[in-house]
Design a protein around this ligand. Structure first.
Ligand SMILES: [Zn+2]
Length: 238
């Protein structure tokens, strides 16, 4: 945030925090695919900041495991092997089950209402075919559930894991509608009804569906590397 008045006509320089958030969101919204090169010079020029600031941002993203730093080659959006992608889904499934169980026991009406309005926003983004927004809101649904969990260790673990599922997404069937079944609203209905088993069942069905898309993609593409899969896509920075 700007603290001192700037000379007329000059734009405030984005802070490290803002650039971090923007790159983080770009990966979460799947606008920056795995293996996209994140050139220090290019980013410094794009944001009008020093390379030192860009380096700090890239190090933070590397700590989040969303960026890989390679000696002599620079920074890239992280990529996963299919096996790593599957491990992420396995960890997600186990954690999500525990979180949904916990949340079903403790959720308040007000919290249900907040989640319902999020699901409504998701539906709107889906109708408008706004995929970046939908990707972000879908992740937000799971993050918001994690935030309601009484076990803060589980919550923190899931919140670290969710952004990485955006990288796994690139193994899924491309162009598949991700929201036609309205599964978040089904999960929420079961949570609101207080039926732990039904809520966990709905959540597992949801994650199984996502993972089976991942398997389908893998079987379609045999040994294709992530880079090959993404060759036609180009990174777009706002
Ligand atoms: Zn979901």
């Amino acid at each position: 945030m700007r603290t001192a008045p700037l000379p007329a006509g000059s734009k405030p320089k984005p802070t490290e925090e803002l650039i971090y958030t923007e790159l983080f969101d770009s990966i979460l919204e799947r606008r920056l695919p795995p293996d996209t090169k994140l050139g220090e010079n290019l980013l410094a020029e794009h944001y009008g900041v020093s390379r030192t600031i860009i380096r700090q941002v890239l190090m933070r993203l590397a700590h989040d495991q969303l960026v890989k730093l390679e000696p002599h080659r620079g920074a890239f959006v992280a990529s996963l092997t299919l096996d790593q992608a599957k491990q992420i889904y396995e960890a997600w499934r186990l954690t999500e089950a525990a979180i949904v169980r916990d949340v079903t026991r403790n959720i308040t009406r007000k919290q249900v209402a907040a989640l319902r309005s999020l699901v409504k926003e998701e539906r709107l983004a889906c109708e408008q075919r706004d995929v970046p927004r939908l990707s972000r809101l879908s992740a937000q649904f799971h993050i918001q559930l994690a935030d309601l969990c009484q076990n803060k260790y589980l919550a923190r673990f899931l919140k670290e894991l969710i952004p990485q599922t955006s990288l796994a997404f690139f193994y899924e069937v491309q162009g598949m509608p991700i929201c036609t079944k309205d599964e978040h609203s089904e999960i929420l209905d079961q949570i609101a009804s207080g039926d732990e088993e039904a809520a966990v069942h709905a959540a597992m069905r949801h994650l199984d569906g996502i993972e089976s898309a991942l398997n389908a993609r893998a079987s379609l593409n045999g040994n294709a590397s992530l880079v090959d899969l993404l060759k036609s896509r180009s990174p777009s920075l706002r």
